[in-house]
Design a protein around this ligand. Structure first.
Ligand code: GRG
Length: 288
């Protein structure tokens, strides 16, 4: 199994999902599928599949969980790009959803993806009763005590200098919660031990933070064409970021140190974690 093969399998599952949808409202499925299919690294679903695979060989079985996580993530990107939020024109290298379908349909496309993800999770639970706790974790991570909490703190503090503690709260929720839930849902479905869940939780916390610090770095140093989104948004919106708090050099060091800590957590599992290690290192080196 290779990371790129896993990504292709996730892409295929997502593409197939909307194929048979029809009706007078068909355009909503086009809008939902547009943002899902124009790209994306699929980090969260890959994490779920890899963590499940540490314990069980049949990762295809939990593809709906992986797909649902990506639907939730994509909804958050569509809404984050809206004029009332970050007002962005470019996402995943293509015009943002509201640029193509208009604001009303983009809002509905985001809502539709979030609801569809919940449908997928509920359907999965009806067939696999033991999946309830994993699905609950995913829905919590996307809610008002998770990703939405982080987004709220982001929005109400635009143009303000916030403390390191509040910045950390914001990112733990906005970016970290869904990443951690992806990791833990895979592990829970794989029936990992309590000890392993604890270790993978700590891995998720550190990976989520490393991912965000890198995101802040890329916002300053990245290439818009490679990233597929507008850069220097944080600076232009006067946002407190890890880069504005610590500077570029220290952020590079923080990223490397967190990556090392992630790898140490994986070592504690005493499992074949090669692909998870590769993914962790790829995230440190990424340019998009
Ligand atoms: C609208 C409730 C709500 C939340 C929005 C995800 C998010 C919260 C905002 C996106 C803005 C942002 C830059 C967040 C920081 C990290 C992040 C989630 C980056 C995008 O994720 P990637 O790099 O994107 O995995 P791809 O396109 O590869 O899936």
């Amino acid at each position: 199994m290779k990371l790129m093969e896993l990504k292709s399998e996730i892409d295929l599952w997502l593409n197939n999902y909307f194929e048979a949808k029809n009706g007078y409202h068909k355009i909503i499925y086009e809008a939902m599928n547009y943002s899902l299919s124009i790209g994306g690294k699929r980090i969260r679903p890959i994490l779920a599949l890899l963590c499940y695979s540490l314990y069980k060989p049949d990762y295809e079985k939990i593809m709906p969980i992986a797909g649902a996580v990506e639907m939730i993530h994509t909804y958050s990107l569509i809404h984050d790009d809206l004029p009332s939020m970050d007002n962005d024109d470019l996402r995943r290298g293509k015009p943002t959803n509201h640029r193509v379908y208009g604001e009303a349909l983009a809002i509905l496309a985001g809502d539709g993806l979030l609801n569809e993800a919940m449908n997928v999770l509920f359907n999965f639970c009806t067939e696999h009763h033991h999946a309830i706790s994993a699905c609950k974790l995913i829905s919590n991570s996307a809610g008002a005590e998770g990703m939405i909490a982080g987004q709220v703190v982001d929005i109400i503090n635009e143009g303000k200098l916030i403390s390191e503690e509040e910045l950390s709260y914001m990112h733990r929720n906005k970016t970290g919660a869904l990443i951690k839930a992806s990791i833990l849902s895979g592990a829970i479905l794989g029936e990992a031990s309590e000890k392993h869940i604890e270790i993978l939780g700590s891995f998720g916390d550190k990976l989520g933070l490393a991912f965000q610090v890198k995101d802040d770095l890329l916002d300053v140093l990245g290439d818009s064409a490679l990233l597929g989104k507008t850069i220097k948004k944080d600076m232009n919106h006067n946002k407190t970021t890890y880069v504005s708090l610590y500077g570029l050099e220290k952020c590079e060091d923080i990223c490397k140190a967190l990556t090392e800590q992630c790898l140490l957590e994986l070592k504690k599992l005493d499992k074949d974690t090669e692909l998870l290690e590769n993914l962790t290192l790829n995230l440190l080196e990424r340019n998009n």
